[in-house]
Ligand binder design. Structure first.
Ligand code: UD1
Length: 360
């Protein structure tokens, strides 16, 4: 059994790492392809190193570009690799452009495709990730879902039940593995602080929107220190639009462990990331999500997440609520137990006999 994994952007790495490890135990032959969508040391290499991932066998080095340029370039370069390796199964992760690009190539080459973190839906096609999720799921032969809502979404879209496997959350596998190391890391952090991440195009590509959020964060700083490791996209936007960040402690993007060390001690998290909503829920830390919706409803219904949309007044009010001890406590969603990737590995091993071929 030869399994080829495709990763490309920061949130892929912590999802693929435990699946690679679990499949190694089954004796499967594995090939790791990095598309190069993310290429900065602190957006990519640092994650490989800390997560103990093998060096990619192939790096497509596509770099940045418009959606069409990036997706098309990955497709052109990945097609050659897929033809050369002829794997029994390609595994793609999450919802980034690398995910959908590889999925399209596999569908046309009739290579069996598995999607890890299938079925999540924000029902908001303004988000590029939602388009990537819907297309990837339609093209996949095996869909590994993190939560029951994802199964419901897929069934509603006509995906047959036998292709859907509810396995739990692979990113939480990584969190559980590395949390003790992050907790033991030395720090000189304030007693209380808000940890912020922002990188969604809807929040950072529009100067008025971004300045509105930054001004709210500056105001929040009157009550609690604000630490903000800034994604390159957001840094470019702040510089290009000449925006104000008074009082906000701006940092470079952090490695996985550095970020987890900050997150596990935070008083609250303010974010527009999908993965961080989940990590905050696992850690029991109140999370304010600066988006109109989430594709991870379990973090709101069961976990510590509150959607504040683009309402900066609500962001400030909810922050004060949390600081006065009235933040959401939350519980652990089902199957966030550190064993999701083992379940994937045993399913993949037992499905060895499945035919390669088009999605019916
Ligand atoms: C991508 C994903 C998003 C994910 C995010 C995590 C898509 C559609 N979006 O968004 O779902 O949440 O990754 O970070 O796939 N840049 C650098 N160095 C890098 C990478 C990017 O400077 O290593 C800059 C470039 O200017 C680039 C911009 O960031 O144009 C955006 O990068 P891109 O990969 O297109 O999308 P992200 O915003 O990172």
């Amino acid at each position: 059994m030869h399994i080829l994994h495709v990763v490309g952007a920061r949130p892929n790495f912590m999802k693929a790492a435990p699946v690679l490890r679990a499949l190694r135990e089954t004796g499967a032959e594995q090939t790791l392809v990095h598309t190069g969508q993310h290429y900065d040391v602190n957006m990519s290499d640092a994650f490989f190193r800390e997560l103990g991932m093998p060096e990619p066998d192939v790096n497509l080095a596509v770099g940045s570009g418009s959606h069409a340029e990036q997706t098309a370039e990955i497709m052109i370069r990945f097609e050659k690799v897929a033809k050369k390796y002829q794997p029994d199964l390609v595994l793609v992760y999450g919802d980034v452009n690398s995910t959908v690009a590889a999925a399209l190539v596999c569908a046309k080459l009739l290579i069996r495709l598995g999607h890890v973190e299938a079925g999540l839906r924000s029902f908001d096609r303004n988000m590029p990730e939602e388009v990537n999720r819907v297309v990837t799921d339609q093209l996949s032969n095996i869909l590994f879902t993190p939560s029951a809502d994802a199964n419901d979404n897929l069934r509603r879209e006509g995906v047959t039940a036998e292709k859907i496997c509810l396995v739990g959350n692979v990113m939480i596998d990584t969190l559980i593995r590395f949390l003790p190391i992050a907790q033991a890391m030395k720090n000189d952090l304030p007693r209380r602080y808000a940890l912020v991440t922002l990188h969604r195009p809807a929040n950072v590509d529009d100067p008025q929107m971004l300045q509105g959020i930054l001004s709210a964060l500056s105001a929040i700083h009157d009550d609690v220190p604000v630490i903000f490791p800034v994604h390159p996209r957001t840094r470019h936007a702040i510089r290009e639009f000449g925006l104000h960040t008074e009082g906000i402690e701006i940092r470079e993007p952090l490695s996985y462990l550095e970020f987890l060390a900050l997150q596990c001690r935070a008083t609250l998290v303010i974010t527009d990331s999908g993965g961080i909503q989940e990590e905050a829920t696992y850690l029991g830390i109140p999370c304010l999500t600066v988006r109109p919706n989430t594709e991870r409803p379990v973090t709101v219904e069961v976990g510590t997440n509150t959607i504040v949309g683009n309402d900066v007044e609500k962001l400030k009010a909810e922050t004060l609520n949390i600081l006065s001890g009235r933040g959401k406590k939350g519980r652990l969603p089902p199957l966030w137990d550190g064993h999701a990737s083992e379940r994937i590995a045993s399913l993949v091993a037992s499905r060895d006999a499945l035919p390669t071929g088009a999605v019916e």
